[in-house]
Design a binder for this molecule. Sequence first.
Ligand SMILES: [Zn+2]
Ligand SMILES: [Zn+2]
Length: 373
Amino acid sequence: MSKRRCLYEVLELEKGADDEKIKLSYRKLAMQWHPDRNAGNPDAEPRFREVTEAYEVLRDQDKRKRYDRYGFPGIEATEGANSGGQGSIFDIFNDLFGGSGGRPQRNSGEDIQIETLIDLAEAAKGITRKIKVPRSESCGDCSGSGCKPGTKKTKCRKCDGQGAVLQGQGFFRIQRACPSCGGAGQTIADPCRNCGGKGTRPVQQEVEVKIPPGVDDGVSLRLTGYGEAAPARGTPGDLYVLIRVRKHPFYQRDGTDLICEVPFSFAQAALGDSLELPCILGDPVKLEIPAGLQSMEVLRVPGRGMPNLRGGRPGDLLVQMRLETPRKLTTKQLELFKELKVLEDKHPQSQTKGFFEKIKNFFAGSPDTPKPE
Ligand SMILES: [Zn+2]
Ligand SMILES: [Zn+2]
């Protein structure tokens, strides 16, 4: 390797230059040496490359630190990994000057999102679902290259294999992806018959999705590598399975808690009772209605809600007790309620009595009743 000039020297900077100075200096030098502005000058491209590579190190805090400390050996390891020739120096240049193009940066397939609808009980227990995913797979005949087996891609003539063309007017032009090869730099002369040169083929793949217990509506599960195949031999994208949970007729969910409403009668309210409530998960819950329970009071059953997706303790079951007034009475009930009414008139319940006294006093303007402000 030829001896390299100090990066600060290349960018005409002092060692302690701040980010803004580095950027400004690079901007000036990159404009000065851009191959497009120096037609016929063989020095231009190496100089452009030199300033861009220097900038690539100095704009990155981490690389700059390593360079300051160890010199070139400090940055060589990472340089090898991404010094991809023309493409990458123009990428850096485009980052700063805007414009797009050059080689596609990531060689991985698109992600796919798919929805699946489950019941609340399935969400509570967890379930394994088989889902048909329309995706693309790398073509087996050409191993994803898109070329007829035994043939190879050829250099794109339009961009001379660069993957990019310069567009625009005036002295400064912007680099764009080559329209002929789509930025790949290569074209297929003899396409693979099986995939028509795309390198991928559509398939309906059955994917087994493990839906964990406690999953909530709107949770997205990621299945790595089940997305679209990538061109050539890149990594396929991921599959995201969006979980939708069907509404339950009796149970609603609030975080990990489950809420349900249970009606109860005057007699149960007055005397107390015990009943069994069927549950989404496990045995029915035994509910004790204490005598004197009021309407809309909530009975909490610890640990009988939804399982915790993250493995903590499960939620609670919250039973909202709704006192139900009978709409129709049998003759016998009517008789008994009338009897009860006579008794109540003689001995009103403490709260009822207290309430009517308070409201009467309020409207009478009694001095010891606080008025609203
Ligand atoms: Zn093929
Ligand atoms: Zn091209």
